[in-house]
Ligand binder design. Structure first.
Ligand SMILES: [Mg+2]
Length: 457
């Protein structure tokens, strides 16, 4: 942009800057401080006064929450920066790097704060830095909606549905126990249930089988812990039998989902998806790891089982080929992992143009603040698909006042301004992270094949 154009932009209501930009802007410095009152309809200009992290573990999950305070007393926003496997790294990224960079910035400049934070490390992308940015980003959206005195979904376009359909997690050590778990979800009103069954003797993902929960997490697993062995062949033989059993017991009405968790080869994945076509899944999740994104083109050419993918994606660049080539049906991104609501909003819009729906990643390592941000986007996105979970245990509700409510399989916004959630910092302090090590869940990086090869993930 020419200097003359920059001057025009700045003097007609464009960006204002924090101390760092002011000090570097030279002749432009005085202009950065000018802001058109008409652009804010009489609202005072507000600055970021402080940024802090809150680490809390109310229900066996390390949560990282970011609080952005403003120059208006009592007005602050909450964001989720939960990267439970590297929580202290995110805390450092927020407090040592983003905090001093952003104090003094105008709270309304969410997009510019995202973009300038993105390049502030020079090398960009990655879960630690993006989770840190997400904490700030979600908090700024919370603040903007509170200033407007509106629930956040209003700023994203307003509701196009009254609530978000959720899916329930069912699991079992055998098919009978799984059926019991599925029926529990149905009794609660869920119309969508994810089903995971154990493969006897293996560290099966998502089921109450022999897995790391049975292992002492402080012991060095090493090749090869007999309690953490994985073999994909028995697994791909089990899954069609599981769906056959469930359809015979519960009929056709219930929507069924399943998560492969990346643990099969290309040929196994294609074979499995072809065999599952007749059971009419709502979706099959993550048949391949993100390192094998090209596999999805081959899979798509051979079967019609709906595919969900993207839980481990960081960058928008990982999404674009799968979305624009219509190789997946649901995007599964963990929204704090990609930098927060600002980037999730762009991905949702991109997906709409290619017939891909959203199914944001939302188990317990997405805090209630993240669920509320997802819900706001889901209520306002035409191409919403499904919301994961949405069940908040009592201790979590004690910390996060105003969690969205699940009724009859739907998640409802609480209609308060912003995210509608207030974090009780005193209660959060009652649930500190346990003293470590371990400082993370050793479930990942310890499951191996019989020959000792570590699996993904
Ligand atoms: Mg998953």
């Amino acid at each position: 942009m020419e200097r003359r154009e920059v001057l025009r932009w700045l003097t007609t209501g464009g960006a204002t800057a924090g101390p760092m930009l002011l000090s570097r802007a030279g002749p432009l410095a005085s202009l950065w401080a000018q802001e058109s009152p008409s652009s804010m309809r009489g609202l005072p200009s507000l600055k970021i006064k402080d940024i802090n992290t809150i680490l809390t573990q109310p229900n066996e999950m390390r949560l990282v929450i970011v609080k952005v305070s403003t120059t208006e007393p009592g007005l602050h926003g909450w964001g989720c920066a939960t990267f439970t496997q590297r929580a202290y790294v995110v805390q450092t990224a927020v407090e040592k790097y983003l905090r001093p960079f952003l104090i003094g910035r105008n709270v309304d400049e969410i997009e510019d704060i995202w973009q300038s934070s993105y390049v502030s490390s020079y090398w960009r992308n990655g879960p630690s830095l993006f989770n840190a940015m997400s904490g700030v980003d979600m908090a700024l959206w919370d603040i903007k909606a509170k200033r407007a005195n509106m629930p956040l979904y209003q700023l994203l376009g307003g509701k196009c549905r009254f609530a978000a359909s959720c899916y329930y997690h069912a699991s079992g050590r055998d098919f009978s126990e799984l059926e019991e778990s599925v029926r529990k979800g149905m009794e609660l009103g869920y119309r969508h249930v994810r089903v995971q069954a154990a493969v006897p003797g293996l560290a099966s993902y998502g089921s109450a089988s022999i897995d790391s929960s049975a292992r002492n997490e402080t012991e060095n697993a090493g090749p090869t812990d007999p309690k953490a062995i994985w073999d994909s062949a028995p697994y791909v033989r089990m899954v069609p039998k599981m769906f056959e059993y469930l359809r015979s017991k519960i009929g056709d009405e219930l929507e069924l989902l399943h998560d492969v968790h990346e643990r099969v080869s290309l040929n196994e994945g294609i074979n499995l998806c072809k065999q599952l076509e007749k059971y009419r899944l709502f979706f099959l999740e993550d048949p391949f790891p993100p390192e094998e994104n090209d596999h999805f083109r081959l899979l798509r050419q051979q079967c019609a089982t709906p595919i969900a993918m993207g839980e481990l994606f960081n960058s928008l660049h990982e999404h674009v080929p799968l979305i624009s080539n219509r190789l997946i049906d649901y995007v599964r991104t963990h929204i704090s992992q990609i930098g927060g609501l600002s980037m999730a909003r762009k991905i949702a819009i991109l997906c709409e143009f290619f017939g891909v729906k959203t199914a944001w990643h939302g188990p317990a390592d997405a805090s209630p603040v993240a669920h509320a941000a997802q819900l706001a986007l889901e209520l306002a996105s035409y191409n919403f698909g499904i919301h994961e979970g949405g069940h908040f245990p009592p201790e979590t509700r004690e910390v996060f006042k105003g969690c969205p409510e699940t009724r009859n399989g739907y998640l409802y916004a609480n209609e308060a301004p912003g995210h509608g959630i207030e974090v009780d910092e005193k209660v959060a302090a009652k649930f500190p992270f346990p003293a470590g090590p371990p400082h993370f869940d050793y479930r990942w990086g310890t499951v191996r094949r019989r020959d000792g090869t570590v699996i993904r993930p």
